[in-house]
Write a protein that binds this ligand. Structure first.
Ligand code: ADP
Ligand code: MG
Length: 205
């Protein structure tokens, strides 16, 4: 399989649909830990990406993700808007035709978020879903798994990473002001990042 524009557009469209469905859940998670805007932020940002990619079809996967990054810079608020914009720009610059570049693109997205936001894995952020997914994807592809199987394993790693945030206190972002009161529910940004990773499954079907 080639990581072409059709693949990237299918990924972004699947993410837009999944984030629309998950909006109530993400709102609830952000109500417990933050200010309840994360569902709407992600829903609005990715809906705008889907609209833009339909209006101006990209010619490569990289072009699609860079276009998505620009859309988010315009449309998505919160702390997560600029972070996702940086993540997609870096992913777009890194991704190529070869399936292996998808693992590098996810890792590059994580690096961009780290550089901009200063968080590390374990701080209860979107990185707790993104980075395990990038590592798992790389390991599976290196081991000879098909892209489809590797993406399925990466989606599971992202979900596990997001779930693990429920049993830790946040040290970055609004949830860090809560201390122990933030325990028990998953970080909204890690949960939505896992949804974005899981959406890859529809793009590699
Ligand atoms: P805001 O916190 O401004 O309301 P959102 O609710 O849209 O923005 O996004 C909150 C999510 O952003 C958090 O759940 C967390 O995953 C992520 N986040 C917050 N700060 C950082 C950071 N410094 N680095 C990485 N991710 C972060
Ligand atoms: Mg919020």
């Amino acid at each position: 399989m080639t990581l072409d524009a059709t693949f990237a557009v299918a990924w972004m469209n699947a993410a837009a649909t999944a984030l629309d469905d998950a909006c109530p859940l993400l709102t609830e998670l952000d109500a417990a830990r933050g200010d309840a805007d994360h569902g709407v932020n992600m829903q609005r940002g990715f809906a705008a990406i889907a609209a833009q990619l339909a209006e101006e079809p990209p010619s490569t996967a990289g072009e699609a993700l860079i276009s998505a990054s620009k859309v988010l810079r315009r449309t998505m608020g919160g702390t997560s808007g600029p972070l996702w914009s940086a993540a997609l720009r870096r992913a777009g610059r890194t991704i190529g035709d070869d399936p292996r570049t998808l693992a590098a693109a996810l890792a590059a997205a994580g690096s961009a978020v780290t550089e901009l936001g200063g968080a590390s894995e374990g701080d209860n952020t979107m990185l707790d879903a993104l980075l395990p997914a990038a590592r798992t994807l790389e390991r599976e592809l290196e081991g000879g798994a098909s892209l489809r199987d590797a993406v399925t394993a990466a989606a599971q790693a992202a979900d596990d990473g997001a779930q693990a945030t429920a049993s830790r206190m946040a040290s970055k972002g609004r949830a860090s002001y809560l201390g122990e009161r933030g325990l028990g529910s998953a970080d909204p940004g890690a949960t939505s990042a896992a949804i974005v990773v899981r959406s890859l499954r529809q793009a590699v079907a």
